[in-house]
Design a protein around this ligand. Structure first.
Ligand SMILES: [Zn+2]
Length: 381
C-alpha cells in the first residue's frame, strides 16, 4: 500500500512522514479513526514505507523487493495480530490460525470492517477476541531476530478486543526489543485498555471529505462522477460505506428521488405516489434505505443552501438544481427538519421489516402534507 493509495488523510500522512524524517517515530503508535477512515491501509503504507529500499521523500517506490513483499503481505518481518475466534473446541483463539484468511481478506478489502472480517471467518455470532496466548506469542515473535536484518513491525488491528490480558504486553510496549515498531490500529481509542493507550502515541484519522471519497472512487474507476458524488455525500466520511453504497445501488438514485418529488407535488390524485410505492416495494430493503438516505442528504443540502446561498455545492448539476428548487419551496425550516425526521422514521421501520409498500406510500403522503405546508393530521404522524 502506497501512501498515495490511502484515501485522503493528508495531515496524518504528513505527521507520520515528519516523525520519520526527524527520526522521532515512537516505537508504539496508535492510529485511531472511525470505521472506514483507513486505519489499516495507513498502517500498511507506513510499514511499506519503512521496508521500501528506494523510497522518495513522501512515499514508497512500489517496485522494490521490500515493497512487493509488503504488498503481498509476505514480508517476514511484518507481523499481524487481529481479533479471531476459537477454530475448534479445545484450541485457543490466535491470529496464526487465521493468518492465511486474514491476508486474503486484507488484500481483497483493505478498508473492510471488523464485522466483515468476522463474517469472512464465519464467526457468525461469536465475539472476536485477542487472547492472553496471542499476547504471549507476540512477545516471543518480536523477541526473535529480524529475518531481513532491518526493522520488525507488528500491526495489531483493533486493540479494543484485548481484555485485561492485554496488560501482558505492557513491558513489550515500554521496552520493545531493538528495531521494533508496534502499530495499533483502533476505531475507538476510548475502548482500549488505559494502560496500553497511555503508552502509545496517537495519530488521529479524520472523517474523509466527500470530495476525497468521490475522487478515489472515480480514479479507481469504481463509479462514474455522478454516482461517486452521490455515494461520497451519503458515506459520512467513511470510504468503506461509500464502497458499500456503490456496490448496492446499481443505479443513479437521482431520477428516482426526483420521481418521488414529482409524484408528491404533482396533481395526479395520488396515483403516481401509489405507483412509486408499488414499484419500490419490489426492490430490496437495502436499496430502499439507500434511496431514502439519499433523499435526506438532498434535503439537508437544501437547508444548508437556504441559509448560505452558497453555490459551491459538490454535487452534479441536476442535483444542484434540485437542491436549489427544494430550498426555494415555501416550507418553513421546522417543516424541512420534520421531513428529515419522517424519512428517518421510515428507514427505521423498513429496517425492522415493516411492510415496505405501506411504509413508502404513507411516507409519500406525509411528505406531501409537509411540503405543501398543510398541518398534518395527527393520525399520520
Ligand atoms: Zn520500494
Amino acid at each position: 500500500m502506497l501512501f498515495s493509495n490511502v484515501v485522503g488523510q493528508q495531515p496524518a500522512k504528513d505527521g507520520l512522514l515528519t516523525m520519520w524524517r526527524n527520526n522521532v517515530l515512537p516505537h508504539a503508535l496508535l492510529i485511531n479513526g472511525h470505521e472506514g477512515t483507513g486505519g489499516l491501509p495507513m498502517a500498511l503504507a507506513l510499514a511499506q514505507f519503512i521496508f521500501c529500499e528506494n523510497k522518495t521523500e513522501n512515499d514508497s517506490c512500489g517496485q522494490c523487493a521490500g515493497c512487493s513483499k509488503v504488498t503481498r503481505l509476505e514480508h517476514a518481518d511484518l507481523h499481524f495480530s487481529f481479533p479471531t475466534i476459537v477454530p475448534k473446541p479445545g484450541t485457543k483463539a490466535m491470529s496464526r490460525h487465521y493468518i492465511g484468511e486474514f491476508k486474503e481478506f486484507v488484500k481483497q478489502s483493505p478498508y473492510g470492517t471488523t464485522y466483515d472480517w468476522l463474517q469472512h471467518i464465519e464467526a457468525e455470532n461469536k465475539q472476536g477476541n485477542l487472547t492472553a496466548e496471542e499476547c504471549r506469542e507476540i512477545i516471543d515473535t518480536l523477541n526473535l531476530k529480524s529475518y531481513e536484518g532491518g526493522k520488525k513491525i507488528l500491526i495489531m488491528w483493533r486493540p479494543e478486543y484485548l481484555g485485561k490480558e492485554g496488560n501482558i504486553l505492557l513491558k513489550l510496549i515500554e521496552e520493545p526489543p531493538a528495531d521494533t515498531l508496534l502499530i495499533f490500529v483502533a476505531e475507538n481509542s476510548e475502548d482500549i485498555l488505559q494502560t496500553i493507550r497511555s503508552r502509545t502515541q496517537e495519530v488521529k484519522l479524520a472523517p474523509i471529505s466527500p470530495a476525497e471519497i468521490a475522487l478515489a472512487l472515480t480514479t479507481r474507476s469504481l463509479a462514474d462522477p455522478k454516482r461517486a458524488a452521490q455515494a461520497a455525500h451519503m458515506a459520512l466520511g467513511s470510504y468503506t460505506e461509500a464502497l458499500r453504497l456503490i456496490r448496492e445501488s446499481e443505479n443513479d438514485l437521482y431520477p428516482e428521488a426526483s420521481r418521488l418529488l414529482k409524484a408528491i407535488l404533482g396533481n395526479n390524485k395520488g396515483t403516481e405516489l401509489a405507483k412509486f410505492a408499488e414499484d419500490w416495494s419490489k426492490n430490496g430493503r437495502e436499496q430502499q434505505k439507500n434511496l431514502l438516505n439519499y433523499i435526506i442528504q438532498l434535503i439537508e443540502q437544501s437547508i444548508r443552501y437556504r441559509f448560505t446561498q452558497n453555490d459551491a455545492i459538490a454535487l452534479p448539476d441536476e442535483e444542484i438544481k434540485f437542491v436549489k428548487y427544494f430550498a426555494s419551496l415555501p416550507i418553513p425550516v421546522n417543516g424541512l427538519s420534520e421531513l428529515v425526521t419522517t424519512i428517518s422514521n421510515t428507514i427505521y421501520y423498513i429496517e425492522r421489516n415493516a411492510h415496505s409498500r405501506t411504509q413508502l406510500h404513507a411516507l409519500g403522503i406525509r411528505m406531501q402534507y409537509l411540503i405543501k405546508n398543510k398541518p398534518l393530521d395527527p393520525a399520520f404522524k
